[in-house]
Design a protein around this ligand. Sequence first.
Ligand SMILES: C[S@@+](CC[C@H](N)C(=O)[O-])C[C@H]1O[C@@H](n2cnc3c(N)ncnc32)[C@H](O)[C@@H]1O
Length: 437
Amino acid sequence: MRAPNSSAEPIRVQVARVLHAVARGSSLDQALARHLAPPAAGYERDPAFARALCYESLRHGVSSAALLAQLCQRPPKPLIAALLGAALTELRFLATPVHAAVAESVAAARVLDSGAAGFANALLRRFLRERETLELQLQPNPSARLDHPAWLLARYQEDWPDQVEAICAGGNQAAPMWLRVDPRQGSREAYQAELAELGIESSAPESPAQALLLTTPVAVERLPGFAQGRVSVQDAAAQQVVAVMAAKPGQRVLDACAAPGGKSAALAEQVPDLVLTVIEKDAQRCPRLEDTLRRCRVSARLVVADAADSASWWDGERFDRILIDAPCTGTGVIRRHPDIKFLRRASDVAALAREQSRLLDALWPLLTPGGRLTYATCSILKPENQAQIEAFCQRTPSARVLPLSLPGFIAAGPGLQCLPGSLDQDGFYYACLQRSD
Ligand SMILES: C[S@@+](CC[C@H](N)C(=O)[O-])C[C@H]1O[C@@H](n2cnc3c(N)ncnc32)[C@H](O)[C@@H]1O
């Protein structure tokens, strides 16, 4: 029999490799898949701990880097810096006993670089001795204090000057787990009772109608009927797409930016007989989209194409409803994807805004007169949201803004904005436009 975890590297070495990969531009999901060993007998909790440490280390990556800069005369090698960032996070924010966190981190440093163990040991012990002073020295630096990159703080300051602290606090929290219950396979109340019998506590908001908020996240394998699509994991803000689109049974609906398919599935589960076309530009994201559609029993025409290039995929029949769940900075979902803080650049905002307006302009003519186009992003930046839709309406006389009202969302120009953490939801933007010619 294989000795437990014999072939895997120590947990903190794996974590350092994940963080190093993200620092070099990989997404957290890809880095976890590449560098985290699967659970081994006797060590089943290791991967969950490693994931949690990776997420927390990225949440607090800006302040950890500032602390490291205070503690080091010369920057350590990148992998050792990643390891020390994780070690500082563990000491500052996780419940690991201090001696274990230091000993394991020093052992991991030895694996990565035999000469680095003494340095890591001295640095971590100095941090523990001078912790209060070092943390206080972070305070005058807003980027370190709020644990967000300076360029993003400047954006928040411009767009939401009174909410910068709350937005960052929301972005630095661990996200809760929201479920969406498929009403075709039983009521939300019945599913909630079934969860309660399994000891999984949840609450049910009035809206969205199919949502449950788990008191504590669980592995999807513990959710009854997950494989059969009885339930899916989806944030409440995203589930509101069904209310915003207000599609009617049998309508022709286009989901122009569809992978991984959560919104298409929510729509098809809750509105019968939709004639659904789903488009995704990135072929690598299509298997996941196909999985969602299959698991959630959604029938749709799936096209791999640039949605804006309608000549390549459109049959000429107009749509009653169009959803553009546009590619965006993801600034509303940093609590779920803390790597966004390190992967995005200031220049991405304008580039994404250009892509969003290209999609809007190209898809508007595909809407039937009287039909509705819903524009959504998981961004909280105005150039991607209200300024985007205001500019579109200015150049598109046939676009009429429809009023919206959603719990936890605030008015933002022609649409509604949810800021991260409001009613436990992700940051999200919706606008709904009717074709009035
Ligand atoms: C925000 S995600 C969509 C999430 C999805 N609607 C859901 O709820 O699961 C945006 C998606 O649009 C895709 N995309 C970006 N530009 C596109 C384009 N021009 N045409 C089609 N898909 C595009 C991206 O690859 C990405 O998968």
